[in-house]
Design a protein around this ligand. Structure first.
Ligand SMILES: C[S@@+](CC[C@H](N)C(=O)[O-])C[C@H]1O[C@@H](n2cnc3c(N)ncnc32)[C@H](O)[C@@H]1O
Length: 270
């Protein structure tokens, strides 16, 4: 087994932290364990050579392979359901009353394989019912990983993963893929999601500010400084009265953030 020397470890985690916000400074063992066979299979003789490559010549694809090894894209339908209930029962009724332009701008930031943005889109359609065609309910769904975005765009999920969804939604918004246990999101629902690669460390320059930003279980990897700076950028991209929803195990700095606390993991710009 190759040893990850301290200076290579520091070079690697500093690079990842600066560029992608992900804090791996306490994950030496994890890096060693997860990358050992990969770097050997890729033809590098040791970690030092691999770290040199990453820092000087790597492409976005090389970095992505690395991040895929070291971080998790874990997600599932109806994760932290309380947020979806709050979205349907509190946020949507308010927005529908106040948005004269009939545009609901919703962003799933760190969308992984798509379960979150598809659910948000379903919730909007269900809430609006017959009125839905009169509203712009497109969801922006972004992630740093092209790999998960491709899976998200494909929108095919094992039957078992839909078990927590109301069966009526499965009938309306999914169709079974012949001779498999997979269910695929309907074309109509897929066309309601705009999937885009986006690094949350970059300036946020989307066309319009958002009424609701779901950024759940993404900042777990970020250190406080990176998190605070991201929350500031998210705040600047939130409409007045709009919401930021983070993961239930995450916190934002209540003393420095301009968002007002609403309930666990739910914040508002007021
Ligand atoms: C654990 S998943 C969360 C998925 C979903 N939001 C949920 O709560 O189930 C975290 C996602 O954040 C993405 N991510 C991590 N760092 C990122 C960054 N700097 N910019 C954009 N996405 C990032 C990962 O690729 C991963 O897909």
């Amino acid at each position: 087994m190759n040893i990850l020397e301290e200076n290579d470890f520091v070079r690697l985690y500093t690079f990842i932290q600066k560029k992608y916000g992900i804090n791996l400074s306490k994950k030496k063992q994890l890096i060693e364990g997860r990358l050992n066979s990969t770097i050997f299979a890729m033809g590098y003789s040791d970690f030092s050579e691999y770290v040199d490559f990453i820092l000087t010549k790597s492409t976005q694809k090389d970095i992505e392979l690395l991040l895929n090894k070291l971080t998790t894209n874990y997600t599932y339908f109806m994760r932290e359901k309380a947020h979806f209930d709050f979205f349907s029962q509190n946020i949507l009724p308010q927005l529908v009353k106040t948005k004269k332009d009939k545009v609901l701008s919703v962003w799933s930031a760190g969308c992984s394989t798509g379960q979150e943005p598809y659910t948000l889109s379903i919730l909007m359609k269900e809430f609006l019912g017959k009125e839905a065609p009169r509203w712009d309910t497109r969801v922006l769904a972004t992630d740093i990983s092209q790999k998960v975005l491709l899976q998200a765009q494909k929108g095919a999920y094992p039957e078992d993963s839909l078990k927590d969804m109301p069966s009526e939604w499965v009938r309306k918004y999914f169709s079974r893929v012949d001779n498999t246990d997979q269910y695929e999101v309907t074309t109509a629902l897929k066309s309601n999601i705009i999937f885009k690669p986006f690094n949350l460390m970059d300036p946020i320059q989307f066309k319009i500010p958002f009424d609701v930003i779901f950024c759940r279980n993404v900042m777990i990897y970020f250190n406080q400084e990176t998190k605070d700076a991201l929350v500031d950028r998210l705040y600047a991209s939130t409409n007045q009265g709009g919401y930021l929803i983070i993961g239930l195990s995450e916190t934002i700095n209540k003393s420095t953030s301009k968002y007002k606390y609403v309930m666990p993991a739910v914040y508002r710009k007021i």
